[in-house]
Design a protein around this ligand. Structure first.
Ligand SMILES: Cc1cc2nc3c(=O)[nH]c(=O)nc-3n(C[C@H](O)[C@H](O)[C@H](O)COP(=O)(O)O)c2cc1C
Length: 305
């Protein structure tokens, strides 16, 4: 397993709990790290850079030591006016992992390496992946078919094979990973770690609202719609949330300008991202309980193989 050298011995499972807009906060991050998996959140989940800094301080204060590392997601897109200020705070607090999405920034990568942090970049196709590999990222996250939120229309088998051909660093697989057996399968397919969002959205420590929780439990994979209509980039959403918000889930018209929540969180507040893994969600355990289950299942599945 290729993981960053500074993470050796700190992980119970090769899992990153992926950053989720309006869903991941200090509780989810701290409980994930304390359970032995990497916890993350998007900087934009706080409305100001000062609020973001406060969360980082809270997480540092509450995290058990030694625990798993934690990370933040920075949206590297010109629609994000906070990137520069949030990056300055990230550097000041020496956040161990920075996950970049929707754009690549070489200065950011250099700056994070400068304080000993690592940068993982999420990709939905090989072209973007090749650019990121050249830019010296430490990890590539293949966000494949069925992943919650923005997702690529590519098969996990094809993605991992092609990525391993061009990249020596840590490879992660995201997209409907829901059980310990799935983690074992991902490793067998060539991933070093997995990236899990939707399954952790259905935990006591996420910021999901009650209606969203009920929808997650009720939904099956067929209730997920893949559409560019929410942000302008193709992603997976709960069909019922679009219908309840008065939208036609089959209308594929993207918004007039790209919207990733940096300037307007409203769309994301009512239209709920979720991946095809919803079909495996039956309850809302504590993160610690979920990680226990994943661990037992991972060991059982690995032994069977
Ligand atoms: C509700 C929700 C919000 C998300 N918000 C973000 C985000 O702000 N930034 C980001 O990089 N990815 C975001 N994602 C994508 C996840 O980080 C990750 O790629 C995805 O959850 C993995 O697939 P899975 O949900 O099937 O496990 C979001 C996903 C969900 C379900």
């Amino acid at each position: 397993m290729r993981i960053p050298p500074s993470w050796q011995g700190k992980l119970r499972l090769p899992v990153i709990v992926s950053p989720m807009f309006l869903i991941s906060g200090p509780d989810l991050v701290v409980e994930s790290c304390n359970a032995g998996v990497v916890g993350t959140f998007p900087a934009l989940n706080q409305r100001t850079t000062q609020g973001y800094a406060d969360w980082l301080d809270e997480i540092e204060g509450r995290r058990a030591s030694p625990g798993a590392p934690f990370g933040v997601n920075l949206v590297v897109h010109r629609s994000n006016p906070r990137l520069e200020a949030d990056l300055a705070v990230t550097i000041d607090r020496k956040v161990p992992l920075v996950i970049t999405s929707l754009g690549l920034n070489r200065d950011l990568i250099k700056a994070v390496h400068g304080y000993g942090g690592v940068v993982f970049h999420d990709v939905t196709n090989l072209r973007f992946a090749a650019k990121a590999a050249e830019a010296d990222v430490d990890g590539l996250i293949a966000v494949t078919y069925g992943a919650g939120g923005h997702a690529g229309p590519w098969s996990p088998f094809a993605a991992l094979h092609e990525l391993r051909g061009i990249f020596e660093g840590t490879l992660l697989l995201g997209g409907a990973v829901s059980s310990g057996a799935h983690i074992a399968a991902a490793r067998l397919m060539g991933a070093d770690m997995v990236y899990m969002g939707t399954r952790f959205m259905a935990t006591a420590q996420s910021m999901a609202v009650e209606r969203q929780r009920r929808m997650l439990i009720a939904a099956k994979s067929a209730d997920i719609v893949y559409t560019p209509a929410v942000s302008g980039v193709h992603g997976n959403f709960l069909r019922a949330s679009l219908t309840e918000a008065g939208r036609d889930p089959d209308d594929l018209t993207p918004p007039s300008k790209l919207d990733f929540g940096a300037t307007d969180a409203k769309a994301w507040r009512d239209l709920w991202a979720a991946g095809q893994g919803v079909g495996s969600i039956e309850d809302m355990p504590d993160v610690a309980e979920l990680v226990d289950r994943l661990d037992a299942d991972y060991r059982r599945a690995s032994a069977t193989l």
